[in-house]
Design a protein around this ligand. Sequence first.
Ligand code: GLU
Length: 278
Amino acid sequence: MANSLSSYLGRLAPSPTGLLHLGHARTFWVAHQRAQAAGGRLLLRNDDLDSIRIRSDFVAAMLDDLRWLGLTWAKPMITQSERLPRYRAALVQLHAAGLIFPCAHSRRELAEASVSAPHEGANLDEPLYPPAFRPALGAPLPPLDAAGWGTNWRFRVSDGELLTFADGYFGTQEATAGRDFGDFLVWRKDGVPSYQLACAVDDAELAITEVVRGADLIKSTFRQLLLIRALGHEVPAYHHCPLVLDERGERLAKRADALALRTLRAQGVTPAELLARF
Ligand code: GLU
């Protein structure tokens, strides 16, 4: 990658929970192109916190597929499971600021109590956290002791707060806290941060200047903006890529591995042919 004074720093952030497919290839290719065009650098982040679903052979496969595509990145690879002290420090900071609260409700209780009819115009990626389950504003928080680290913690959003960001591809994006998304998980009782917290901490602390990823994460961006701001960091630029759909208009992530890069490689498709499809 170009060795220049450009301050552009991007990242590729695959999760080793499955094989990379055509959609990943497109997004990562765009990320690579944008870093190169800016004369900047790209990091590779292994999002391996989902201990139930990750597999080490998927880590090896994703590295191999990315190299096959011709992508390059700055070493060393960042591995989220090695960064737990960073995420803990962030949770301590959010706790000290009174921005989170513990939630002992089961998934089932949450599902039963969540608002069944979303507000008009809301486009939810998960049910809104039931306001009735929120502790009173300013109620003292249990400490982050041994029991505290084994608790689910949620970030408390400010209902009605309008959030916006200028997306590099889709233009101005807006969401209203408490309507388009509610209080969200930042820490899981199994002792690891949620994707939202880990991603926000990494993008902020590694000083990523532009996040390039799939459009399915636009909703997550609003949550991450809140976290990055609460942690006192600069917010990166965002460029979301349209999702690659199959011939039936289905998201590729929902399919079995028919369009996995592995499968296409085995069929003799070359990286150049693949990239020409985009
Ligand atoms: N690892 C996440 C995923 O594969 C992407 C995270 C991101 O780019 O922020 O969905």
